[in-house]
Design a protein around this ligand. Structure first.
Ligand code: NIG
Ligand code: FE
Length: 411
């Protein structure tokens, strides 16, 4: 998202509450995950794109010089939300498939029949680079409206050199953080996964690594196995990319062990993770990214979030926004699912989609807290209590989104 501080000062005053994860460093885990500080009758002062001060109105005093003031009465301020897992670069839609699933077809069946991911690959390959860029900008607007000020997005609907690179550039140019999901599925022009990976690592990786910050792989039967994922990720690490995995979505294939072995930043999904996986992840620095909107959308079991948090695993929350398994860009809705389905507190949910999500993206030093020196990314909730973030299920909750100290123009 655009970050122009521009030297302007913005004071949001008379807020009902301001809430921010406390503590130092990241990721926050165990009891620290739920430590949110709430200040009643608060203000936040933004300067040069950064947060200069936060506090209670009674401590504000008088400010010298030019300051734009914003009336925060009846609103609550929280840090800009960070969506650390989306597939926001795609063309077309899967609404027909959605209707088939509503009538009883399963996601895996549709995938096996050449629908699912491959259907979006066909429409994404058919789109021009300009159409892909427009699609990401449109999706970014949807995200801003629901309070997402930083988003990651993956390629993975091209699976050829031209479309993968166009996707990564479209994400970058829309202000997103690009991840090369070169190992999302095996496209039909290749006989098998290894032949496809030979091509992807030889032809696409060298150029993808110039644009992407991380690489991701879908470890699942019918996608890539652990040995193939290891080969792909090791090559990507060699090209300087951080590592992410889609793992334990439908079945446990050993993706958690691989994530730990390779020092990945995160393993995402975990709907199928059992007790052993919970214990392994908890003893590691790898973040488990939970995607309850995807589990809901597919009618799948929810990930074992409470067990992970109680075992002191580091977790983050994200949308998984994509046309097939989670057509949902709303982190507030994800926070509601976290509270109602994952048994996380509103405070744990807030930390998971701010500080901890920023950590997954390598940005926890500047994003995810309302504290001096952090980016002035602020969401103003139309609510008397910040916990409406999780409480107001599917509500029109976001009154304003501020990015780098400037109010965003929403189209
Ligand atoms: O995270 N599981 C793999 N990839 C995506 C879904 C992509 C799609 O269905 O288009 C996911 O759920
Ligand atoms: Fe995903």
């Amino acid at each position: 998202m655009s970050r122009e501080g521009g030297g302007r000062r913005l004071l949001v005053r008379d807020l009902a509450q301001l809430a921010t994860p406390t503590g130092q460093g990241a990721p926050l885990r165990g009891p620290d995950l739920g430590r949110v500080e709430a200040i009643e009758e608060a203000f936040v002062l933004c300067e040069d794109g950064l947060i200069a001060r936060v506090g209670a109105m009674r401590e504000l005093g008088s400010l010298e010089g030019d300051v734009v003031e914003l009336d925060g009465r009846g609103l609550c301020a929280i840090p800009g939300l960070v969506d650390c897992h989306t597939h926001a670069c795609f063309a077309g839609n899967r609404v027909d498939e959605f209707a088939l699933r509503a009538a009883g077809a399963t996601y895996e069946e549709l995938h096996a029949r050449g629908g699912g991911i491959m259907s979006t690959v066909r429409s994404t390959r058919a789109a021009s680079p300009e159409e892909l860029a427009d699609a990401v900008v449109r999706h970014r607007q949807w995200m801003l409206r629901v309070g997402t000020t930083t988003f990651e997005a993956k390629s993975g609907y091209g699976l050829d050199e031209e479309t993968e690179l166009a996707s990564l550039r479209a994400i970058r140019d829309a202000g997103g953080i690009p991840t090369w999901l070169g190992a999302h599925a095996v496209p039909p022009e290749f006989d098998d996964a290894d032949a496809y990976l030979d091509f992807a690592l030889r032809e696409v990786l060298p150029r993808a690594a110039d644009v992407a910050e991380a690489a991701d792989v879908f470890v699942e039967s019918g996608a890539f196995d652990v040995a193939q994922a290891r080969r792909y990720l090791q090559a990507c690490a060699g090209a300087g990319l951080a590592l992410r995995l889609h793992g334990d979505q439908f079945t446990e294939q050993g993706a958690i062990g691989l994530a730990i072995e390779l020092g990945a930043r995160s393993i995402d999904h975990l709907e199928a993770t059992g007790e052993r996986g919970v214990a392994e992840l908890a003893a590691s620095p790898v973040v488990g990214v939970l995607l309850p909107a995807s589990a809901l959308f597919l009618g799948r079991p929810m990930p074992p979030a409470r067990a992970l948090v109680d075992a002191c695993a580091a977790i983050a929350l994200a949308t998984d926004f994509n046309p097939g398994s989670a057509f949902c860009e709303s982190l507030p809705l994800v926070c509601s699912l976290a509270a109602t389905q994952l048994h996380l507190s509103p405070a744990e949910a807030l930390t998971a989609c701010t500080v901890n999500a920023a950590h997954v993206l390598g940005r926890a030093d500047r994003l995810g807290r309302l504290a001096p020196g952090y980016a002035a990314d602020v969401v103003l909730l139309d609510a008397p209590d910040w916990r409406y973030l999780a409480y107001h299920l599917g509500g029109q909750l976001v009154a304003r989104t501020i990015v780098a100290g400037a109010q965003t123009e929403l189209r």
